[in-house]
Design a protein around this ligand. Structure first.
Ligand code: SF4
Length: 184
């Protein structure tokens, strides 16, 4: 079982080795670390908490934290895509953190979406059936981000929205109607 402490220590040690800092907003940092922990438990590797993971190692290899794009983003903007790793000036509040462009190549993003969608569609069909037949056994839920509209299907809402980076509190559940199956 991965512990939050272990994830934090790994990030701190990695930041030190590169001369970086971790995000100074402690609550935001906690959310990112929790997202990494959850991804590591789910996929066996700590994929990026603000991107969509496919769940297939070969497809996600470039977004295993620290991702292949971190150093270029820290150099150009002062922080990585998730703003987990930041430069000194950012850590000291001298440079604000704003959304930055996605550096991951589009074809890799599309591949991850495609693999993730295949898995999600199968799970959606299974779980929707479970929800209709045995509501108590259905754990997967539809969630949407109230800030950007991103929709996902999982047991809990993500810690950080992969699209707009809103916090978990910005997610609401989309309720499935158990009685729609039999409607003619
Ligand atoms: S963007 Fe930051 S948090 Fe996400 S994988 Fe890259 S280094 Fe880690």
């Amino acid at each position: 079982m991965t512990t939050l402490q272990k994830v934090r220590q790994r990030a701190e040690s990695d930041a030190r080795s590169r001369g970086y800092y971790l995000n100074p907003d402690l609550q935001f940092l906690e959310n990112l670390l929790e997202g990494l922990k959850q991804n590591e438990e789910r996929y066996d590797y700590p994929s990026c908490p603000c991107r969509i993971s496919s769940g297939t190692f070969e497809v996600d290899r470039d977004i295993i934290c620290p991702c292949d794009y971190r150093d270029a983003d820290v150099e150009e903007y002062g922080y990585c895509y998730c703003a987990l790793y930041v430069r000194k000036d950012v850590s000291e509040g001298k440079t604000p953190i704003r959304p930055i462009p996605e550096r991951r190549p589009r074809e890799k993003q599309e591949r991850a979406y495609a693999v993730s969608a295949e898995t999600s569609t199968e799970k959606l069909a299974e779980r929707t059936a479970a929800f209709v037949d045995k509501p108590s056994e259905a754990k997967m839920k539809m969630w949407y981000c109230k800030q950007c509209g991103y929709v996902c299907f999982r047991e809990e809402p993500p810690y950080i929205c992969p699209i707009c980076k809103a916090k978990r509190e910005m997610f609401d559940e989309i309720r499935l109607k158990a009685d729609t199956r039999d409607v003619a």
